[in-house]
Design a binder for this molecule. Sequence first.
Ligand code: ADP
Length: 552
Amino acid sequence: MTRDKDGGRAHRVYEALASGSGGVAAKQCFYFGFVLLISALLAISASPLVSSPQYLVGLGILTLATIVAAISPWPKIDRRWAGLLPVVNIGVAGALRDVFRDDAPAVALLAFLPAVWLAFFFLQSGTVIAAIAVTVSLSLPTLLRAFPLIDSVLITRSMLIPLAVAQICFMVALARRRALDERKRTQQALHDKDALLSETKTQEQLLKNIIDTVDIGLVVINCSGGIVLENSAYRELEKFASSSSAKIGESTLIMRYPNTEARIPDHQRPLHRAADRETFKNNVIAYGGSNGRGRKISSSARQIIGLDGERSGAVVVFADVTAYFDAARRQNQFVAAVSHELRTPLTSIIGYLDLVIDGEELSDNVSANLDVVLRNSEQLLKIVEDLLGTQTVRDNGVDLAREVTDVSELTRRACETMAPAANDKQIELELRIDETPSIAVDPARLTQAVINLLSNAIKYTSAHGTVSVTVSSNHAEAEIAIGDTGIGMTDEEQTNLFTEYYRTPSAKNHHIPGHGLGLSITRLIVLAHRGQISVRSIQGRGSTFTIRLPLT
Ligand code: ADP
């Protein structure tokens, strides 16, 4: 404790002595102490001179100057007055030296300390004052005493000390000027940094305020997937969908495929996908709730590339599209009602057309025209049935009538059903069907899913292409892969593929008819079996759709 106190005091004294603008009293006391010490040493060897009236008057003036320095309120006084003290000190040093003359010429060195003090305080002007003061107090008395016998040797000898003092003061002033400039630069740099920091903070606050005012959730993640920025809309979504009140994080959120009870696995969740460097758009997920009561959220992600071209993270946005989905559901119910009303007359039209075409008295021309009418009516009935099928699945979910089924056999039969359509387009159907363990599936629903994929593969492949069907299994799952050499899809087209009514621009550009419902039904069927469906496709080269079903 005491040592700490002493240390603090010593530091304060050091600070005062080294200060370039303050510490006047400390400097004067230090100098006074120094002169007393020298006087004590001189007294041992030349005591009569030290007790001479001139020496004692000199010491008296110094004592007076030190008392004035000690009691003056320096912070309130113009600092230029402080310059008087070293000038007085130099004068006293001259007087003391004059007492000793050639007995102890080194006493002249007492003028160095106040001269340096002047240069340190007042830089160039201090140097000039110090040089003049030293010349007047040290050289002038010698020259006056020798007058008129002044020669060049005497002048040179008497000017040696003033010149040495001037040189040292000049160096001190220079060094101090540089130190001051350096300090100014450092202060400016610090000031600039502070200004920049506060500007950055203001910008950050502004950004936070802006992103908090939008009702779209926004999250920015870094390279390793850690969240660096999130807005209040996302935090609110997290709270809504969180399964545990303690810990919030994407993996603890309740997230389902829309219109199903199937939970989304961790690696398919938006932040996880964005952290895996994926860019995607309009990925609709049901957050929180159950039995369709969750909020439908459409998420999109984009990678952030820094100025150096390196990836620095990703930004993911979440838009609540529940209202849009509700409106779409009402619209779908209307479409379903209309479709239902259309089905009965359409079935009747097709039945009567069959009867008319089978009649014998028709000319070739009429028969060919009726064939066209029949084909279009059948196409219309298929659309109507697809619309009704989708609506039933949407309303009731996929109700599975499971029975132990040989999936290889089921796929083979589906291929047989689609063989005539492939033949019509001269498309080769390549089958590589391994025997798989039988599993409990709904055979009718799974057949519907496989036929949907097969009919798409044939539809989106031009004549003379190939459609390959592979069935295989491992210890955990059975896999049905349907590949084609057709028009394929871009990466972006693939991201929206399983959304209802979505049709790829590629399909539209090729004028291939369709209504964008088959794949969404197929996915619902596969998910109801707790399976997965995925697609790999290259535009212009073909696509492969793969269904994976758990064996247990
Ligand atoms: P539809 O074929 O009646 O339009 P689907 O839901 O079956 O509806 O398919 C949705 C869209 O996906 C299609 O319109 C087409 O753009 C694309 N698609 C599906 N299967 C393929 C495929 N094998 N090759 C290329 N595009 C396909």
